[in-house]
Design a protein around this ligand. Structure first.
Ligand code: NAD
Length: 249
C-alpha cells in the first residue's frame, strides 16, 4: 500500500514509541516526512530510518509547547516540501502522582505538552492543511475515556485533546479538513517503562484498565494513524478510535 505517495506529513513525538512507528509506517507508504521532537539525536535517527525505508525525510527539534517553535517548524516543512497534507500530533508526556500531591508545575507541564502542544501545532498548520484539503490526527488515550487513578493531569489533557479534536472537526469540516484522534490503551513504548507509580497505591484500581490481550507494540497505533490520515479515512471526521484490544468496549 502506498497511500501517501506525494503526500507531506509532519509527525510530532517522532523520536520514540508511537511517533517513530508512525514515521516508519508512513515512510513505507511513500510519504515525505518532517520528523519533530525535542530529542535531537533520536529524532535524527528516526529521519535516517525513514530515508532507509525510501522516504524523503528531515528531522527538526521543536518543543510543541512553544508557539514560536511550532510556527517555525511548520514554516520549515513548507520551505522544504512546499506543502503539508497531514499533521500527526503524537508528542506527549505523563506524570503519575496522587492528585493531592501533584505539583502545579507537573500539572502545567502535562497540559502544556499534551493539550496546548496539540493546539499550537494545529494552529500553525491549519492554513496549509486547509490549502491542501488535508487532515489532523491527534493522540488521546483511554485515559480520556475512563478514570485513570494517579493520572489526573494526563487524563485531563487527553480529555481536552478529544474535545479539541471534535471542535476543529466541526469548525473546518465543510472546508474539506478532517480532524480525528486515536485513543491507545497499553502500548509498549519508553513512556510506559519510564512511568513511575506512587508508593502505597491500591493496584486493583488499575484492573479494569488492563488490556484484554497482552500489551501491543506501537505499530498497532501507527496503522490506525495512517488510516485516519489517508484517503481511506476520507469520510471519517471528528472521530476517535480506541486501540485497547476491547478493554473499554
Ligand atoms: P514516548 O515517550 O515513547 O514518545 C513520546 C515522544 O514525545 C518522545 O520522543 C518525546 O521526546 C516527545 N516529546 C515529549 N515532549 C515533547 C515536546 N514538548 N515537544 C516535542 N516532543 C516531545 O511515548 P509514546 O508511548 O510513544 O507516546 C506517544 C503518544 O501516545 C503520547 O501522546 C502518549 O500520551 C500517547 N499514548 C501512549 C500510550 C502508551 O501506552 N504508550 C497510551 C495512550 C496514549
Amino acid at each position: 500500500m502506498r497511500r501517501f505517495e506525494d503526500k507531506v506529513v509532519l509527525v510530532t513525538g517522532a523520536a520514540s514509541g508511537i511517533g517513530r512507528a508512525t514515521v516508519e509506517r508512513l515512510a513505507q507508504e511513500g510519504a515525505k516526512l518532517l520528523c519533530v521532537d525535542i530529542q535531537a539525536e533520536a529524532v535524527e535517527a528516526t529521519a535516517k530510518r525513514a530515508i532507509e525505508l525510501g522516504a524523503e525525510a528531515e528531522a527538526r527539534v521543536c518543543d510543541v509547547s512553544d508557539p514560536k517553535q511550532c510556527t517555525a517548524t511548520v514554516k520549515a516543512c513548507i520551505d522544504r516540501f512546499g506543502k503539508l497534507d497531514a499533521l500527526c500530533n503524537i508528542a506527549g508526556i505523563i506524570r503519575l502522582s496522587h492528585t493531592h500531591e501533584l505539583s502545579l508545575e507537573d500539572w502545567n507541564r502535562v497540559l502544556s505538552v499534551n493539550l496546548t502542544g496539540t493546539f499550537l501545532m494545529s494552529q500553525a498548520a491549519l492554513p496549509h492543511l486547509l490549502a491542501s484539503g488535508g487532515s489532523i490526527v491527534n493522540t488521546a488515550s483511554t485515559a480520556a475515556l475512563a478514570g485513570v487513578p494517579w493520572g489526573a493531569a494526563y487524563g485531563a489533557s487527553k480529555g481536552g485533546v478529544l474535545a479539541l479534536t471534535r471542535s476543529m472537526a466541526v469548525e473546518y469540516g465543510k472546508q474539506g479538513l478532517r480532524v480525528n484522534a486515536v485513543s491507545p490503551g497499553s502500548i509498549l513504548t519508553p513512556m510506559g517503562s519510564r512511568s513511575i507509580l506512587p508508593d502505597d497505591i491500591d493496584t486493583t484500581l488499575l484492573a479494569r484498565l488492563m488490556a484484554l490481550d497482552k500489551p501491543r507494540g506501537p505499530e498497532v497505533v501507527a496503522g490506525v494513524v495512517a488510516l485516519l490520515a489517508s484517503e481511506d479515512g476520507a469520510h471519517i471526521n471528528g472521530e476517535q478510535i480506541r486501540i485497547d484490544g476491547g478493554t473499554l468496549a
